[in-house]
Design a protein around this ligand. Structure first.
Ligand code: PLP
Length: 399
């Protein structure tokens, strides 16, 4: 079979996500990155990013996937030997620890296992019982993409952790635009995200928001060997609406378009769409007999939904058969690999797509005999898909 002759499968993985046609079309433009046309593009992109990060601070686009922005955050805002507190509740918080250790930080990990996220009470009790006196940096993932957990108490934790004088660094690669997140009002100093998830833009661009003068003061005192990821250069060039090195100009046009759609729909509505759609997918699949991997609602991510594989199915075969229906979903990573599959509830996933997604998962569960949902349950499944809220302005995506 020539795969290039077949339609591309629906992307229901935790990034990259589906891209609206209008955003794809915007890719077909290129300008001189030291010209007035680019300056206008840069300003528009930064304005749009400020809007989604909820910050009046600075935001810099970086031509690199999300990992590049995480690297930029760690290299520039952490000094070797800094004491850095990190809650670990999945693959990406574990990876953040690796980034920090490579940068020479003294990391204190607080482990939450694979099916819950930190809470304010628990984290505070643990830190106090460990007798920790100094925290230079608090670094955390907001939404851990494997297994699919969210750190709901982050704003409360930030208010408390500031009493140590800690700088707060947050990786929100997998939920920016898909769940509530406020850089300024939550008191976050530095946050990062990337293009290919809830913002519904193509992969390869990431973003770093620097929201406080303390963050810049810290960066001024840090020496690191990277030129490409140097925030001082990003700042210097950002002042003239440019990037230090050749950026992916055409991708910035696409990102401007994607951010424009979010502004037209309204960020509140864009987030509401993710929340309601996520709830509908969760309810539908649960009614069909599947079991969420994260049992407690409070910890469960909106943007990454993980479910246990139905009893008796071979995990790889299960996903392969769903792929034959034209739908891409992901396996869990690390400890969750082979135990749960993950759905990316991200960006431009329309009701038609959700119908395809939910139907194909149920179909394969039924075919494999791992599901005995009644007809009434199946009716309820499709009611869930029919009735959740979707913004009317989505026709803008078809332009
Ligand atoms: C929370 C989180 N951080 C960092 C990354 C790394 O991003 P990328 O794969 O774009 O480099 C991901 C990717 O899924 C992520 O989910």
């Amino acid at each position: 079979m020539d795969l290039d002759l077949a339609p591309d499968p629906l992307l229901a993985i935790p990034g990259p996500s589906q891209i609206p046609p209008r955003v794809m079309k915007a890719l077909m433009r290129i300008v001189d990155h030291r010209s007035p046309h680019f300056h206008k593009l840069y300003r528009d992109v930064v304005d749009g990013l400020r809007y989604v990060f909820r910050t009046n601070g600075d935001v810099y686009p970086i031509t690199a996937s999300g990992t590049g922005a995480v690297e930029t955050m760690v290299l520039n805002f952490v000094r070797p030997k800094d004491t850095v507190l990190v809650p670990v509740f999945g693959s990406f918080s574990r990876r953040l620890v690796n980034h920090l250790r490579r940068a020479g930080a003294e990391v204190i990990e607080v482990d939450y296992g694979w099916n819950r996220a930190p809470t304010y009470d628990d984290l505070r009790a643990k830190v106090e019982s460990m007798g920790i006196k100094q925290i230079d940096v608090f670094a955390t993932v907001y939404n851990d993409t494997s297994p699919g957990t969210v750190f709901r108490d982050l704003p409360k934790v930030v208010r408390w952790i500031k009493s140590y004088g800690a700088l707060v660094l947050v990786d929100n690669v997998s939920a920016l635009g898909g769940d509530y997140f406020e850089v300024d009002s939550w008191g976050i100093d530095v946050a990062v995200s990337s293009s290919q998830k809830c913002l519904a833009a193509p992969p390869v661009m990431s973003f770093i928001a620097v929201a406080s003068s303390e963050a810049y003061r810290k960066a001024d005192s840090v020496n690191h060997p990277s030129i490409y990821f140097d925030i001082k250069l990003m700042r210097k060039f950002g002042e003239k609406f440019e990037t230090p090195f050749t950026p992916a100009v055409n991708y910035l046009f696409a990102i401007r378009e994607a951010l424009g759609i979010i502004r037209e729909v309204g960020l509140e509505n864009w987030i509401r769409w993710h929340i309601e759609r996520g709830r509908a997918i969760l309810n539908a699949l649960t009614k069909a007999g599947l079991e969420p991997f994260i049992s407690n609602d409070y910890y469960r991510s909106t943007t990454v939904l993980s479910f246990k594989y139905p009893a008796g199915v071979n995990p790889d075969e299960f996903r392969r058969t769903i792929y034959r229906f034209g739908v891409s979903i992901s396996d869990g990573m690390d400890e969750v690999k082979g135990k749960a599959f993950r759905i990316g509830n991200m960006g431009y996933l329309t009701r038609k797509d959700v119908l395809t997604l939910v139907s194909s998962i149920i179909a394969v569960s039924l075919i494999n005999g791992g599901n005995n949902a009644s007809n009434d349950a199946i009716k309820d499944v499709f009611r869930e898909v029919l009735n959740y809220w979707e913004p009317e302005q989505l026709s803008v995506g078809e332009g």
